[in-house]
Ligand binder design. Structure first.
Ligand code: G3P
Ligand code: CA
Length: 247
């Protein structure tokens, strides 16, 4: 039976504040094989782990991430909006995650958030950090902005890359064929058996996002995906275990 890995989407987003060390720590504790997180740039060029371009939804600061220095961002609380239980949780930086990752074997899907803002030079900064920490074999770089993935390919051809899609264009097969990347990350609803077959034939690893309920998780497992990204990794591990034992 194919080994399907569980990646904790934005960490254990369903039970912990998204994109925080608490969420990543939980994913490691419960035995997820990987974590997914999002990267932006601060005003002084530091790599910041947060989902939105703005701070308002998930932290106690307001405004754009890009308009605040790293020092200022470090004063934000990124836990209390999820629950007071997580009061004091900080916005992590990529260096925090890589420092922590030295103590475990988790794979890391680093999403480069250049689909709304350009973040000049973010690709090179991420690559430099990966090299500095020796994380080359632990990371998968993905983006909805396929030009960012092209840049990574030029700057660091040895690093694993993946193409993110929300909905599929009619010519997605042509895109996959031309880009010759390794990872195909469609939204879960776009991944039909026919789409999966086409991507597999082109040699792609298939890592759909985001499956949280049992029906979706089982459907994707039966489809033979490589990774299931989920906000509830603990639940997904249990569902997969039960599915394997009945399979
Ligand atoms: O990488 C998959 C998924 O994280 C993309 O969507 O909005 O959660 O970053 P989003
Ligand atoms: Ca993401």
């Amino acid at each position: 039976m194919q080994n399907i890995l569980i990646f904790a989407h934005r960490g254990s987003k369903g039970t912990h504040p998204e994109n925080t060390m608490a969420a990543f720590q939980k994913a490691a504790e419960i035995g997820a094989e990987g974590i997914e997180f999002d990267v932006h740039l601060s005003s002084d060029g530091e790599l910041v782990i947060i989902h939105d371009e703005t701070l308002d939804r998930t932290t106690t600061l307001t405004g754009y991430v890009k308009d605040h220095s790293a020092q200022k961002l470090k004063t934000a609380d990124a836990g209390s909006k999820f629950s007071n239980e997580f009061l004091g949780e900080r916005i992590p930086f990529l260096t925090d995650v890589f420092d922590w990752a030295k103590g475990n074997a988790l794979l890391m899907n680093v999403e480069i958030k250049t689909d709304k803002l350009a973040y000049e030079g973010i690709e090179q900064k991420i690559i430099d950090s990966i090299r500095q920490y020796g994380m080359e074999n632990r990371v998968i770089l993905s983006s909805f902005n396929h030009q960012s993935i092209e840049k990574v390919k030029m700057l660091a051809p040895d690093l694993e890359r993946a193409l993110l899609f929300e909905g599929l264009p009619e010519n997605f097969e042509e895109i996959l064929r031309n880009k010759k990347e390794l990872g195909f990350h469609p939204d879960k609803n776009s991944l039909t058996p026919a789409v999966k077959e086409k991507a597999k034939k082109l040699g792609y690893k298939i890592r759909p996002w985001v499956a949280n309920d049992e029906a979706d998780i089982v459907r994707l497992a039966e489809l033979g995906v490589d990774v299931i990204m989920t906000d509830f990794p603990e639940r997904a591990i249990k569902i997969l275990k039960a599915w394997r034992s009945h399979g």
